[in-house]
Design a protein around this ligand. Structure first.
Ligand code: PBG
Length: 327
């Protein structure tokens, strides 16, 4: 006897497959990372991130306009400074590359949500996420103070949101207090709350030219990959300290954490497909092992199925361009 519940009915045409689709991908799911390099005059490719470029501040502004035109609602800005020092002082320069891009876009491109990555690792000589002065608690106090200064500098330049990515205890609380004291009540915080010490950040170090980085172990402040409850605690703390968005990073190897975080927090949940995860797919596609667009879509659908509201993706621009060609 053929079963009365014939699930194949849901699969028999493209129309019915669309009707019953439980998970959808659209332009508004994506946040696109932009690398702003103060040392170059237009743009250049990033060898280890095929298809992604570094931009001068002026070229980054142009790039952001084309991102907005594709319907992508948000960009995540990373800065590469001319000079690095022990306190990452370039990160809060009023005329820094990120600040220049923020000032122009916040006026000229109001439809784009402007998020600034907030960390010291692109701005310190050794590539640490903290200041380089190694005096334990004092040094973390100094780091939190630097984060506040940088957050205020981004807010003054027009950022809608700052994204602290250093996993420093108490950073969200300090930044929230600092922004409120400076009367930036409407500037949001997207916390890299659940961030694992991952091998998959490799190509990012090339993207931000952070060479000293390789010698530094992130295990002293990022989560070791074995942790579940500690990750949930990080998210709970950042939620209570005033985070507006909770980020999980990397996403691909930690989909179980997306499911768990979805059940724990009512805040928007952001999944970051990091540089190594992106590069793996690009290289496999270049070898003809899989269809690039299909593979990226499948991975992103997986993140949404697991509970992500938003996805940080280096592939978003190419993906959205290919969708536009379809219509
Ligand atoms: C730190 C930061 C990193 C990434 C985003 N923000 C590097 C790190 O924590 O080591 C990695 C992103 C990626 O690999 O795509 N500012």
């Amino acid at each position: 006897m053929y079963p009365t519940r014939r699930l194949q009915r849901f699969r028999s045409s493209s129309a019915v497959r669309q009707l019953v689709s439980e998970t959808r991908l659209s332009a508004s799911d994506f946040i696109y990372p932009i690398f702003i390099d103060e040392t170059i005059s237009s743009s250049e490719p990033i060898d280890q991130l095929p298809g992604v470029r570094r931009f001068s501040p002026d070229a980054a502004i142009e790039e952001c306009f084309s991102i907005a035109q594709l319907g992508i609602p948000a960009v995540l800005l990373f800065g590469i400074p001319k000079n690095r020092d022990a306190t990452g002082s370039a990160a809060s320069h009023v005329d820094g590359g990120v600040q220049r891009v923020l000032r122009t876009l916040s006026q000229a491109c109001p439809e784009l949500y402007l998020i600034s990555d907030l960390c010291l690792c692109e701005y310190t000589r050794l590539g640490c996420c903290t200041t380089e002065d190694e005096q334990d608690t004092l040094h973390l106090d100094a780091t939190r103070q630097r984060y506040v200064d940088i957050a205020i500098s981004y807010a003054q330049a027009g950022a809608h949101c700052v994204a602290p990515s250093g996993m420093v205890d108490g950073a969200v609380k300090s930044i929230r207090l600092g922004l409120d004291q400076a009367k930036f009540f409407d500037v949001s915080i997207m916390s890299y709350a659940v961030k694992y010490a991952s091998q998959f950040y490799g190509p990012f170090r090339d993207a931000v030219k952070s060479s000293g980085d390789r010698q530094i172990s992130r295990l002293t402040h990022q989560l070791q990959p074995t942790q579940v409850r500690e990750g949930l605690l990080e998210a709970e703390l950042d939620d209570s300290e005033g985070a507006d968005f909770i980020m999980l990073k990397p996403a691909g190897a930690y989909l179980d954490m997306l499911v768990r975080l979805r059940m724990q927090t009512q805040l928007p949940l952001v999944a970051y497909q990091v540089s190594g995860e992106y590069a793996m797919l690009k290289h496999a596609a270049a070898q003809g092992l899989l269809d690039e667009r299909g593979a990226f879509e499948e991975v992103y659908i997986g993140m949404k199925r697991a509970g992500a509201d938003l996805i940080v993706s280096y592939a978003a621009k190419a993906l959205l361009s290919s969708w536009q060609h379809d219509v």
